[in-house]
Design a binder for this molecule. Structure first.
Ligand code: ADP
Ligand code: MG
Length: 708
């Protein structure tokens, strides 16, 4: 270790798993392949996913078939082997003071018969069920009182995840439990504390070693839940500590460009060109941004707002502040379509003020590119709009002051970091999300940023009527579309495209396009199509035709998911809606409801729907609030599978849950912040073990903030 302080302790936890008693080369291989368990520490962090209560004994009399696994104490009163060959089985009567119950074995009969002794007291563990109207327990676990002392019986018994292959190697839940036992014998006294004493005492947390013991071998429920709380806190705390350390470090090292004043461009635009009055929420957010950019610290801010809440205008006004202070600004979008659209909007709004803007994407031609690069370098181009080609390209700004990243899920902490290396003075950064994300997720994925929220939609928005229709009623839906078009409206019909490379998806799209063209024939109807395989110029042309009203129907993939703005479009039909995630559905729905009196979102599905799909559809039909949709999305997908988390490489949470543990997360973040405020480099003796654990965390999860 670079500081030479890595004690034998954590290296002990790094011992390869094959050195654990009970794990030979074969089992080690299985553990590695099936569970990614390579070292002692990995096994320690293999947490039980539930517990079986073995602290109490059931009186036999109270058994009934609806009970889960139960534990009893009594004697084998008799046994008998019945049947022949394949039907051969062993039955026994088990009784305590209160009554008797039948036991039955279909396998391993001979072995069991030899092992069992009549009238010896056993602890029985099994699941009662009804067979031919008689209660029995098949294949119960039986332990003598001696064995009982050495097993999870009498405590809460941890249940561990396992796989078929593991079970074949004796690594079922019980097998893993035994390994944990062996592990604990070997590592007792070697599990270092990693939370500061102040934190431990504030919550009366057990020591780290105690917590690990209690989570694997809890004596009772209370002890177990204390251990869980501590380990959850710990998990979230180190993530927050890392994020906030990045944040603290940045603000210590980076002197922000000071945008000291709001000048002429901003005021002129505000007075003469603003097409509407800002909502209170927009005003508040712009104040927050202004304050950041004037503070002398580099701004790193996340702007959240529902679809259509007017984030673009906030971006524009912020960029004008940069220009007013003699700096350039850049706006980065995730797709080319969106970049083009932003470029058009900004050009339209700023041209008359003499502000030169330019669009730079992967498909900008060489000649134009050369000119644009020159314009950026000499400062004549004041605002550059583009995709993340902006990051990759040898784009050199004369004086870059602000970067706005729009509608992104794709930039992680590390990619954002690239941005502020573009110049001696790192530009201010404003990140805007496409749809709201739940607070717990924001704190984790964007935990290194400050947050602003636009919690108000522009006035005059009409609610979007959302309905669910089965494929069988497509004709009726087409009829409805004709009526809307007759009123002068336009319609989107969106097909799923989960993987850009999935040929089947394109086939669906192309078949769909054909059948739409048949159902909506020329010359009355004109249909556009846009998808990811088209050349950017063709895509743009089709988008423009639709935007100008030259076509009435836009058949598309999710390339139109983000940001596209055609106010006259009033119907969004989503085909195979069950294949979309919630935030995608919400984002798509947001394409309508921007102008017309009445807008509609029609979710088309097949008849067979999974329970999750049903919940997604029901949520969409039931609410239009992006924050609610985001919360359900998080709940459905669970902590392991959150949107953007894989891309951002966030460490998978092993015990904490971003849905259920919001409270713990808030506390963990507060503490992380407080500790760094007092001791930004974690240099004091009180924080030494925490600093060490943080280094360990960074070493173990080196890529968590990188993007795939
Ligand atoms: P999003 O937050 O989804 O990016 P946009 O910035 O695209 O939303 O805004 C959606 C639409 O609302 C645009 O047509 C925009 O011009 C309009 N808009 C934004 N702010 C206001 C406002 N304060 N009053 C009226 N319309 C607004
Ligand atoms: Mg937008």
């Amino acid at each position: 270790m670079e500081n030479g302080k890595d004690t034998s302790t954590s290296s002990f936890l790094s011992t390869p798993i094959e050195y654990l008693k009970g794990v030979g080369p074969q089992r080690a291989d299985t553990l590695k392949k099936q569970m990614q368990i390579f070292i002692f520490e990995d096994l320690l962090y293999l947490f039980p996913f539930r517990y079986i209560d073995r602290t109490r004994f059931y009186p036999v009399k109270q058994l009934h078939a609806d009970l889960p696994y139960v534990q009893m104490k009594g004697q084998i009163l008799s046994f008998q082997s019945v049947g022949q060959g394949r039907t051969k089985r062993l039955t026994a009567k088990f009784g305590d003071d209160t009554g008797q119950v039948d036991l039955v074995w279909f396998q391993g009969v001979k072995w069991i018969q030899e092992k069992l002794r009549k009238n010896e007291t056993y602890i029985l563990f099994g699941k009662p069920s009804l067979y031919k109207n008689t209660l029995n327990i098949a294949h119960p676990e039986l332990e003598t009182l001696d064995e009982f002392k050495n097993s999870p019986a009498g405590t809460l018994q941890a249940v561990y995840p396992s796989t078929e292959l593991m079970k074949r190697k004796g690594l079922d839940s019980k097998g893993i439990w035994k390994l944990q036992r062996n592990l604990f014998e070997q590592i007792r006294g070697h599990i270092p504390e990693n939370l500061p004493a102040a934190v431990r005492s504030a919550y009366h947390f057990p020591s780290r070693e105690e917590a690990f013991r209690s989570i694997h071998f809890p004596e009772n429920a209370e002890e177990c839940s204390k251990a869980q709380k501590r380990l959850k806190f710990e998990e979230l705390f180190f993530i927050q500590l890392r994020l906030l350390k990045i944040k603290t470090q940045r603000s210590l090292e980076n002197k922000g460009i000071v945008f000291g004043h709001v000048g002429e461009l901003f005021h002129t635009f505000y007075k003469e060109h603003l097409p509407f009055s800002l909502t209170e929420a927009q005003k508040r957010v712009i104040r927050e941004i202004r304050q950041d950019m004037g503070s002398g610290h580099q701004m790193n801010r996340l702007l959240q707002g529902d679809v259509g809440s007017g984030k673009t205008m906030v971006a524009l006004l912020s960029m004008l502040i940069a220009l007013d202070n003699g700096y350039q600004a850049a706006l980065m979008a995730p797709t080319e379509i969106l970049a083009i659209q932003h470029a058009n909007t900004l050009h339209r709004q700023l041209e008359s003020m003499g502000i030169q803007t330019a669009l730079l994407t992967g498909s900008t031609r060489k000649k134009a590119r050369t000119e644009i690069l020159a314009g950026i370098a000499d400062g004549s181009i004041r605002i550059l709009i583009g995709t993340h080609a902006l990051l990759e390209d040898p784009v050199v700004f004369q004086k870059l002051g602000l970067v706005v990243i729009d509608e992104q899920h794709r930039f992680g902490v590390a990619q954002r970091a690239k941005l502020w290396q573009k110049g001696n003075h790192p530009p201010h950064i404003l990140v805007m999300t496409a749809t709201p994300i739940p607070r717990t997720l924001a704190m984790t994925l964007y935990g290194d940023l400050d947050t602003s929220v636009i919690d108000e939609l522009p006035p005059g928005r009409k609610p979007i009527k959302t309905t669910h229709r089965y494929d069988s009623s497509r004709l009726a839906v087409f009829g409805f579309i004709r009526d809307e078009i007759a009123k002068g409206r336009q319609v989107y019909i969106v097909y799923p495209l989960i993987q850009e490379s999935e040929t089947q998806d394109y086939k669906d799209l192309e078949d769909g396009f054909e059948s739409i063209q048949k159902a909506f024939p020329l010359p009355t109807y004109r249909v556009s199509i846009v998808h990811g395989k088209m050349k950017p110029a063709d895509k743009d042309m089709e988008m423009q035709r639709f935007a100008k009203g030259e076509t009435q129907i836009m058949v598309a993939t999710t390339v139109i998911e983000v940001g596209v703005d055609v106010p006259n479009a009033s119907v969004m039909v989503i085909e195979s809606a069950e294949r979309f995630g919630l935030s995608q559905l919400h984002q798509l729905r947001g394409r309508v409801g921007r102008g017309a009196e009445h807008s509609y979102c029609i979710l088309m599905t097949g008849n067979k729907l999974s329970e999750d799909a049903r919940t997604r559809i029901k949520t969409m039909v039931g609410t239009q609030d992006g924050f609610k949709v985001a919360q359900v999305d998080l709940e459905l997908r669970g902590p392991g599978d959150l949107s953007g988390t894989q891309q951002s490489g966030m460490p998978t949470l092993k015990i904490a849950d971003l849905v259920k543990d919001q409270n713990i997360l808030e506390h963990a973040r507060q503490w992380a912040g407080k500790i760094l405020a007092d001791d930004p480099n974690l240099a004091t003796p009180a924080h030494q073990s925490t600093a060490e654990a943080l280094r360990h965390h960074e070493k173990r999860n080196p890529n968590w903030s990188m993007i795939s």
